[in-house]
Design a protein around this ligand. Structure first.
Ligand code: AMP
Length: 421
């Protein structure tokens, strides 16, 4: 299968050649023909599968054809709703790359920055709008965005929109776009609320699914290190002595944790930067571009900030802390080994995280190989701990020590729905 076989227009084929894409990924091979027939699509695919091009190429193709044959009214023809700014920017970059030989315009709007330049771009007129839901609603309310000529609507990473609390904003936007349209719906997972949203907004959709939700790419070599919580920092330094780790994306559960790990790495002479929601948009973009250009070797990120980070040839993902939602693990390690490249994922697991590891292994349907031979192994239960740190009471699965008084509340384990495998 080639892109030529998919009957994409020549300017797109030329752009794909420049991008170095030799053949469509499975999601592209399945989705593009359906979308070119102007059918609705329900796509179950995670990032890293090439899903952006799976919708961007047909949008560019169809809008270009429409422009050639029927000169319609000026206005936004395609809207892509996506949960995070980073993802929005990257989708915008994809449209720039794929559409470079076409005369279709696009712009990206997201919150956290002044709306001034975004409004100006909208005033100049755009064919394709890529937006996060909150800022879009804001600008719709201010009448800077009008969607009455919309023909194509994409909901990208719908499950993340739900997780991040955007689903009401998304529904409000959908209520204000023309009913007669082509709708494209992508989600890595299909919890009931997402399935019912898909039901209400799609009409006779063709369903396409690539890797099952819970599966991790076979190209990613996964391992887990059991380690005392207090020794994670030393283990990270130890591993990073290995220069074959060219780039590493390190995940922490909290923003505070990301800052701490970054500080400790820099103190140890390892160039690291943090990316999380408390950083300004400018700082996040700077950190990302330093990482992409390899000025910094390590990017320390929280899950939300890392959504959509797409770094070519990212060699390593390190889970400094395991996520409490198993699918997040799948999303995290999907940052490496993208589009068939090989990648390595290393997870640190302390005593308290063993339950998270069990859940992850259940969901991915395999045991992650354990690396026991390292300088900071977790001491076996029953053996005295080297340092008994006074610990804040922890709350796990509803059980609290200290009767919950003064208890810290670490991220609560979320009940999630998983598809039967
Ligand atoms: P996505 O899942 O859309 O985030 O894409 C993941 C990565 O795969 C991005 O870096 C794309 O540039 C890349 N990619 C998408 N389609 C192809 C393709 N057909 N061949 C090679 N790389 C691709």
């Amino acid at each position: 299968m080639t892109f030529e076989n998919l009957n994409l227009i020549e300017p797109l084929l030329r752009a794909l050649k420049t991008e170095g894409y030799s053949k469509p990924t499975p999601i592209q091979a399945q989705a593009i023909p359906v979308l070119l027939e102007r059918k609705d699509l329900l796509g179950c695919a995670q990032t890293g599968t090439g899903k952006t091009a799976a919708f961007a190429l047909p949008i560019l193709h169809l809008l270009h054809q429409d422009e050639l044959f029927v000169k319609g009214p000026v206005g936004i023809k395609a809207l892509i709703l996506t949960p995070t700014r980073e993802l929005a920017i990257q989708i915008g970059d994809s449209f720039t790359a794929y559409g470079k030989h076409l005369r279709l315009s696009h712009t990206v709007i997201f919150g956290g920055v002044s709306q001034h330049t975004q409004v100006k771009a909208l005033r100049d007129g755009v064919d394709i709008l890529i937006a996060t839901p909150g800022r879009l609603l804001d600008l719709m309310d201010q009448r800077h965005v009008k969607l009455q000529h919309l023909k194509m609507l994409v909901l990208d990473e719908a499950d993340r929109m739900l997780d991040m609390g955007f689903i009401h904003d998304v529904k409000k936007v959908i209520a204000r776009v023309p009913a007669k349209r082509q709708t494209i719906f992508f989600s890595a997972t299909m919890p009931p609320e997402i399935a019912s949203l898909a039901n209400t907004i799609l009409s006779n959709p063709v369903k396409v699914e690539v890797t099952p939700v819970s599966s991790t790419a076979n190209t990613i070599q996964q391992s887990v290190y059991f380690v005392e919580k207090n020794n994670k920092r030393k283990l990270l330094h130890h591993l990073l002595q290995d220069r074959s780790i060219a780039t590493a994306l390190v995940f922490t559960r909290t923003k505070h944790g990301a800052d701490r790990v970054t500080r400790q790495l820099n103190d140890a002479g390892i160039r690291a930067e943090a990316i999380h929601g408390n950083k300004s948009q400018g700082a996040r973009q700077r950190a990302l571009s330093n990482f992409k250009s390899r000025k910094t070797r390590v990017l320390v990120a929280t899950d939300i900030a890392a959504r959509g980070i797409d770094v070519e040839e990212l060699t390593h993902v390190i889970n400094f802390e395991l996520p409490n939602v198993p699918e997040t693990y799948v999303h995290r390690i999907g940052r490496t080994g993208r589009a068939g490249a090989s990648g390595i994922s290393i997870s640190f697991c302390d005593e308290e995280e063993k339950e998270f590891l069990d859940d992850i292994q259940k969901v991915i349907g395999k045991k992650i190989p354990v690396v026991a031979d390292h300088p900071y192994p977790l001491l076996h239960a029953g053996m005295p701990k080297p340092v008994q740190q006074p610990r804040a009471a922890t709350q796990r699965h509803g059980h609290t020590q200290n009767n919950g008084k003064n208890a810290q509340t670490p991220a609560k384990k979320k009940k999630k729905w998983y598809p039967k495998r």
